[in-house]
Design a protein around this ligand. Sequence first.
Ligand code: 8Y4
Length: 262
Amino acid sequence: MGIVNVTPDSFADGGRFLEPDEAVKHAARLIAAGADILDVGGESTRPGAAEVPTDQELDRVIPVIELLTREFDVPVSIDTSKAIVMREAVTVGAVMVNDVCALESEDALATVAGLEVAVCLVHMQGRPRSMQDAPGYADVTEEVCDYLRKRAEACLAAGIHADNIIIDPGFGFGKTLEHNLQLLRELDRLVEIGFPVLVGLSRKSMLGTMIGRDVHDRLAGSLALALLAAQQGAAIFRVHDVAPTVDVLRVLRQLNNKYATH
Ligand code: 8Y4
């Protein structure tokens, strides 16, 4: 899954594709590099980030999704927590909803249930503005697993098909470095739940803490984390650097002939 940011503050994590034409050019590069999914987001979920008004989010993402679905065959995911944005994005061709609020926002669950698209349920403790203030867990992996199981059950009860559910521990979303490391060590417990596991580890600040490099010098660290997650059965990798990640996954696939990449 290649990241297509259409947020004005996303230059900080290496993407800044506010203009639709730029987003399309970037998407073409991601696809050429081997991306199987494009994740389009117009709402910053960075720690401490302010919420984006719905109209502004729609203005950012809808033209981009329209262009991407017209020009490319690759499935497009909409990264949003707002039901209206989900519905509009699917109307113009998105086939997946990536929601860091796991469909807990108003109308989100019913909206996705009515759309027959895939959904990625992400665990987050707190909300972006405050999530990194004082994350706390008795057993982080247990709590994340319990939460994702409950949200998946809510999806099934609402009529979302099991084949359309993906789960994600939400690395960095209300977690300290120790929480993130614990989750990565025990990722197999999430995989055991039975839904495909998506991981977002690319360039994240846990790497800044671990290796002391700024956001543009975290490729090697990101690849190491992707490989560790893949070894435990992660299925989808949300990344900035598609080509090197695909190389890593191809190496692992040839080792155990199990991971679907190119
Ligand atoms: C550097 C690089 C600094 C990245 C911060 C960031 C996830 C996600 C995000 C994730 C799923 C981010 C939308 C945060 N992370 N969706 N979205 N899983 N499913 N920060 O882990 O990339 S945004």
